[in-house]
Design a protein around this ligand. Structure first.
Ligand code: UAG
Ligand code: ATP
Length: 494
């Protein structure tokens, strides 16, 4: 793939060019470590590093054009440097042109909210795949095209990666793509200019307040997705809104486009009733603008009823028949590490989950309470200075369980004792224990369980590393729990 440089640079209003302009570029990157010969390298000033300091390395690796915000002295005169006012904005403009505006021809669904983004995007992806379509989704679990998964460091990746993914998806014959859209991603321009056709709001509760400071500012950041949806009023687009969430009306008000609501109340366009919960999954009757359909799923928890309604409403807004969507649901598996039951039928029931907000902890516990025969044991954790204000609230929700194991997760450079003390402030009863080491905490939670008990390990889900100090070490809640469980079940059965 290549593009004439002169055509590309015409997009930039004010720029200063020095050095000989190459005729064309063959790629674009903002990371010197990924430069291949013929690339355009964009210097971005980040929070940890400054891309301008890597310009010379990029040039040595074969970048033929450097776009930056200032002069770069170490570049040789033979290098072509284009100076712009804002390289992030320039990158967005250039990238849309370079990748050929794929979102304008595709159906792009953006999913935002505090909890449920991964679950809803994966539901959309898997339902489409099961109905024989090539589907794409992007989020915390990575970029998924068909069944090919490429990991990504962020929930919402940078604009270059997003556009490259959309282009690859379009070329692979994919018409629909579902993106998880985080508040940080929105504020940092990671989805700027992408033409969304459907924007989904799941819920808004306490999270990331170290970053946003207030719920109003957090809501404003998430709302940018809905404002972006409103930019092209000539095209039919939809906002899909959880009408049971107190923030629902705020998000609907941000777009002039049609709103489709979902929830558990009959006034919603998509609503659920007659819910039957078993340990194997939820069944319910889904009312929709196309009629009522019985739904059977392998998901557990009322919160997943909301996620399923959100996915169904988003697919309906995308032109798919509700009956077809519902017919695929029994085969859709929940994403890895989300209320994933890792134990068999002998011994305690052990679940690995990704709940890391007060709301999610409360909902995860409530989803298991109907099946409780003995004790419910929960493990909660946190670390690395990530929104310490949510910790006492998480502990308060965790107090719904009979026994609470409080531990760290990715402690990073934060003192473990301080993390545990933060959680301890919110405990509502005295049946809890503080264990700094996460692996030890998992083993303790599992061996404290009797045959009829339930163990819920939260906060880590699918992740496979643990940040200790500045080092990432391999770690899996699931693997440690399975090992402890195998030994413990033998003892219980002996
Ligand atoms: C604070 C923050 O948002 N950081 C994001 C940001 O990194 P940054 O601006 O700090 O980048 P940097 O490391 O300083 O580097 C600056 C520039 O130098 C370049 N560089 C750097 C090193 C080098 O050798 N060569 C080189 O060219 C980099 O490629 C970059 O262009 O841009 C990077 C690329 O897009 C992101 O991966 C990174 O996310 C970090 C990992 C992160 O943890 N972000 C969090 C806050 C976040 O965004 N979280 C939300 C999830 C929220 C949720 O749902 O829970 C998310 O969407 O992931
Ligand atoms: N609709 C929901 N309401 C409340 N809690 C939910 C909901 N959906 C999922 N959860 C809880 O949140 C956890 C994370 O779910 P999911 O990964 O779908 O959310 P997310 O928004 O993608 O999170 P993140 O952006 O942090 O990756 C789940 O393991 C579950 O405990």
């Amino acid at each position: 793939m290549s593009l004439y440089t002169a055509e590309l640079l015409e997009l930039l209003e004010s720029k200063m060019i020095s050095g000989p302009l190459p005729s064309y570029i063959t790629g674009m990157t903002m990371d010197s470590r990924t430069v291949t010969p013929g690339d355009l390298f964009l210097c971005i000033s980040g929070t940890v590093a400054d891309g301008h300091t890597y310009a010379e390395e990029a040039w040595r690796r074969g970048a033929v054009l450097i776009v930056a915000e200032k002069e770069i002295e170490c570049l040789p005169p033979s290098a072509c440097l284009v100076i712009v006012k804002n390289s992030l904005k320039a990158m967005t403009l250039l990238a849309h042109h370079f990748y050929g505006y794929p979102s304008s021809r595709m159906n792009v669904i953006g999913v935002t909210g505090t909890n449920g983004k991964t679950t809803v995007t994966r539901l959309i992806h898997d339902i489409l795949s099961l109905s024989g379509k090539k589907a794409a989704s992007a989020g915390t679990l990575g970029f998924l095209l068909g069944q090919k998964l490429t990991p990504s460091p962020n929930t919402t990746s940078d604009i270059l990666s997003n556009l490259q993914f959309l282009k690859t998806a379009e070329e692979a014959g994919c018409h629909d793509a579902a993106f998880e859209v985080s508040s940080q991603g929105l504020l940092n321009g990671r989805i700027d200019g992408i033409e969304f056709d459907v924007a989904v709001f799941t819920n808004l509760t306490h999270e990331h307040l170290d970053y946003h400071r207030t719920m109003e500012r957090y809501a404003h950041a998430k709302g940018l997705l809905f404002s972006q949806l409103g930019q092209n009023i000539n095209k039919k687009k939809y906002a899909v809104i959880n009408s049971d969430d107190p923030w629902g009306p705020y998000f609907s008000s941000l777009t002039p486009h049609e709103t489709i609501t979902y929830g558990l109340t009959p006034s919603a366009d998509f609503y659920a009733e007659q819910m039957i919960m078993t340990e194997r999954g939820i069944s319910f009757l889904m009312h929709s603008p196309e009629g009522a359909f019985p739904v059977h799923t392998q998901y557990i928890g009322t919160f997943n009823v909301y996620n399923i309604l959100a996915a169904a409403a988003a697919l309906y807004a995308s032109g798919y028949k509700v009956e077809k969507v519902v017919s695929c649901l029994p085969k859709v598996l929940p994403p890895a590490g989300r209320m994933e039951r890792i134990s068999g039928t002998d011994g305690p029931a052990v679940y690995v989950d990704y709940a890391h907000t007060p709301d999610a902890i409360g909902k995860a516990i409530n989803s298991l309470l109907p099946f409780k025969k003995g004790k419910l044991i929960i493990m909660i954790g946190g670390g690395n200075y990530k929104d310490p204000s949510k910790r006492p609230l998480m502990a308060r929700e965790a107090s719904l369980a009979d026994y609470v194991v409080i531990t760290t997760n990715n402690p990073g450079l934060e003192p473990p004792k301080k993390i545990l003390a933060n959680f301890e402030q919110g405990m509502q009863h005295s049946s809890y224990i503080l264990i700094e080491n996460r692996a030890e905490a998992i083993r303790h939670a599992v061996i404290s369980a009797s045959k009829d008990d339930i163990v819920l390990l939260t906060d880590k889900g699918h992740e496979t590393t643990l940040l200790i100090g500045t080092k990432k070490v391999p770690h899996s809640d699931k693997a440690i729990a399975l090992e402890a469980l195998a030994e413990h079940t033998d003892t219980l059965m002996a």
